[in-house]
Design a protein around this ligand. Structure first.
Ligand code: ADP
Length: 366
């Protein structure tokens, strides 16, 4: 009775293997000759059982793999370690290729001698092709990005020279003819002078933007030292505005020192600039560790930023205010975003309860 049950179970198992569609499940003898063939194997590799049983499993390998002894290598691993795994291109009956994920397991006899191998193959071609398409896409994007950066660099670099001439000839015209022709002339020349100077600021900002990360090397940066230097540079503005700046102990991180200094400088100078009338600026700068990254915060009690603008402000040249109210070029936060992304982090702004903004950025702990 027990024997009958065992036979029954064996039959059910063989039937199950035979009907599995998604996996090729085959048995090989010690020399790698194919002993059985299930419907999954037929679906994936294209041979019928009659065509392939008795042939060697080497038939599924590419010419290069055969030349490099790959099938023999996998069998040897399965012999010595009991199991061998591989992923790679394999060949179907019609010569087309599929990306297979393969496991070969040694089967042992009563005396522990190897009597054959079980081979399980899964066709991962769709996954592989999707991955290849994604990689191609990433590469294309990287190239396009490089082209754009190069364009921004060349354009801003080459625009500087004609702009310098424009400014110096405008200065000459102004000094020679101001007050000598008429009021309109004086006004027009003043407009040309202002606009060309502003254009110079924008162009040099764009040039700096395209240079981010190109000229320095990553090192360990003590952010306490960095902030100390930034504060020293800003002593005049801090005193002038009667600002209160509180900097907590900050970590040492691995990054580009010049760029990180610029990042803090831009955030601090914005916090000192976008202030409420009659309210001295109050800044809090601190960092918290969250899992595998540091989250830095620059908190102010300034005018705050509307919900609708909290993402747009990081776009180059985007400003929310008139230059007469708050001076600037609209490049600072675009720089900040590029610097943070260069370090593999993210930057965003949150409203500060009670008024003001908290600029936050994450930097991964490498
Ligand atoms: P800029 O300071 O030259 O205008 P930024 O790129 O640094 O350029 O900032 C873009 C805009 O984001 C600013 O014009 C301002 O409207 C807003 N902004 C930046 N920082 C702050 C802040 N701390 N508080 C309120 N608004 C801010």
């Amino acid at each position: 009775m027990l024997k009958e049950l065992e036979e029954h179970q064996k039959y059910a198992l063989l039937k199950l293997i035979d009907e599995v569609q998604d996996y090729a499940i085959i048995l090989l003898d010690v020399d790698g000759n194919i002993q059985n063939w299930n419907s999954g194997a037929q679906r994936i590799k294209g041979y019928s059982a009659e065509e392939i049983i008795g042939k060697n499993f080497r038939s599924f390998y590419t010419k290069t793999d055969l030349k490099n002894g790959k099938p023999e290598g996998l069998i040897n691993i399965a012999k010595t370690k009991g199991i061998a795994h591989d992923e790679g291109w394999r060949v179907r009956k019609d010569g087309t290729r599929f990306w297979g994920s393969i496991t070969i397991t040694a089967i042992h006899g009563k005396d522990n001698e190897i009597i054959g191998f079980g081979k399980l193959t899964r066709d991962l071609s769709l996954k592989k092709r999707a991955e290849q398409a994604r990689q191609r896409h990433v590469l294309e994007l990287e190239l396009k990005n490089q082209e754009l950066e190069q364009f921004a660099f060349i354009a801003s670099h080459d625009l500087q020279e004609p702009l310098r001439s424009l400014i110096s000839f405008t200065d000459i015209l102004e000094s020679e003819y101001k007050g000598k022709i008429d009021e309109d002339f004086d006004q027009y020349i003043a407009f040309i002078s202002q606009s060309s100077r502003r254009m110079k600021e924008l162009v040099s900002g764009l040039l700096d933007y395209s240079r981010i990360g190109k000229q320095s090397e990553q090192t360990n940066v003590d952010c306490n030292e960095l902030l100390k230097a930034v504060m020293e540079d800003m002593t005049a503005v801090i005193n002038e505005n009667k600002a209160e700046v509180n900097v907590e102990t900050l970590p040492t991180i691995c990054g580009y020192p010049m760029e990180l200094r610029q990042l803090f400088q831009n955030l601090v100078s914005n916090a000192l600039k976008f202030t409420k009338e009659g309210e001295p600026p109050k800044l809090n700068i601190y960092a918290e560790r969250k899992a595998e990254e540091w989250i830095f915060s620059v908190e102010d009690n300034g005018i705050g930023i509307d919900k609708d603008h909290r993402e747009k402000i990081f776009i180059i040249f985007k400003r929310l205010h008139n230059r007469d109210d708050y001076p600037g070029t609209g490049i600072g936060l675009a720089h900040c975003r590029k610097i943070v992304e260069l370090h593999g982090g993210k930057i965003w702004v949150e409203p500060k309860p009670g008024g003001g903004s908290i600029f936050k950025f994450s930097l991964p702990i490498s």
